[in-house]
Design a protein around this ligand. Structure first.
Ligand code: 2HA
Ligand code: ZN
Length: 280
């Protein structure tokens, strides 16, 4: 089957286009990767050619021999649906998980996303933590979350609690919470290690003054997760624009009631009594 006819490729392209339409991918901002299933590799491998091995920059032995569909470095999400062969590629990892090679795509040259170390380290953590269920890692320049990283303390417990409070569905959609990485230089090993550490605990990691990483089982769930947390941030930005405090909110006991009825576990570390905003 030709690569662009495969269902997982169509879903990948649609997700990239959805992200573009949300306004999260100015210029070449953001990146997306998908860990392919064995049968998906088999269905398109007749299109593969073997290019030179290149170093990943980190070691991901838990992903040795796997194939990934990824956006290209410097490529625009805007163009993924318009010229996919130029914008995305499939890469193969070697038997040690230290090198990759492009086997399809990026027909006009180029490399996989500049954030490949973070994507692959997140995939490795999530593959292990979910027994192979998680396959999608998504990085977007989520406007409202970025705005909040200038005014909220850069602490997991503050972001988690404030984002949970802004929409009742949030604690159900991301019950483990949200991690926050302080400002770091993007693209390298250090930020990859810091992000992967948070991904052991969360499905969402915020990069201060930069954007958000989300992990999920499939394209719908991962896009939906990013959409939900960014919408919650938008409500918080709107609320803070109206007045600096809340008249009322969802309380720790409300969250405990919600957790019972919706059968989710909400860690008590996020249900603390507040010393800001008059306790709200
Ligand atoms: O330009 O988003 O973090 C791609 C990025 C880098
Ligand atoms: Zn970015």
């Amino acid at each position: 089957m030709y690569v662009l006819d495969a269902e997982f490729v169509k879903s990948f392209i649609r997700m990239a286009d959805d992200g573009w339409n949300q306004g999260w991918h100015e210029r070449n901002g953001g990146n997306l990767s998908y860990r392919m299933k064995v049968e998906e590799v088999d269905s398109v491998k007749e299109n593969f050619s073997k290019n030179k091995w290149q170093p990943i920059g980190v070691k991901v032995s838990g992903l040795a021999g796997e194939f990934f569909l990824v956006t290209g470095s410097g490529k625009y999400f805007r163009n993924v649906a318009i010229k996919p062969e130029d914008s995305i590629c499939i890469i193969e990892l070697d038997s040690e998980g230290v090198n990759y090679r492009i086997v399809w795509g990026l027909v006009n040259g180029g490399r996989p996303t500049s954030e490949l170390p973070t994507h692959l380290m997140n995939h490795e953590i999530k593959k292990k933590a979910t027994g192979g269920k998680h396959r999608v890692i998504y990085h977007a320049h989520t406007t409202n979350i970025i705005a909040l990283t200038f005014v909220l303390p850069l602490e997991d417990k503050v972001f988690t609690r404030e984002l949970w409070e802004m929409a009742t569905e949030c604690p159900v959609v991301f019950p483990q919470g949200v991690g926050v990485v302080p400002w770091m230089v993007p693209g390298g090993k250090d930020i990859a290690v810091a992000t992967a550490e948070l991904m052991k605990k969360y499905d969402l990691a915020i990069w201060a003054h930069h954007g958000t990483f989300a992990s999920g089982e499939d394209f719908d769930l991962t896009f939906g997760l990013m959409h939900t947390v960014e919408k919650s941030a938008e409500i918080l930005v709107k609320m803070l624009s109206m007045r600096p405090d809340k008249l009322q909110t969802i309380t720790p006991d409300n969250f405990r009631d919600l957790a019972k009825d919706f059968r989710v576990t909400l860690p008590e570390e996020f249900l603390y009594e507040k010393d800001i905003w008059g306790g709200k």
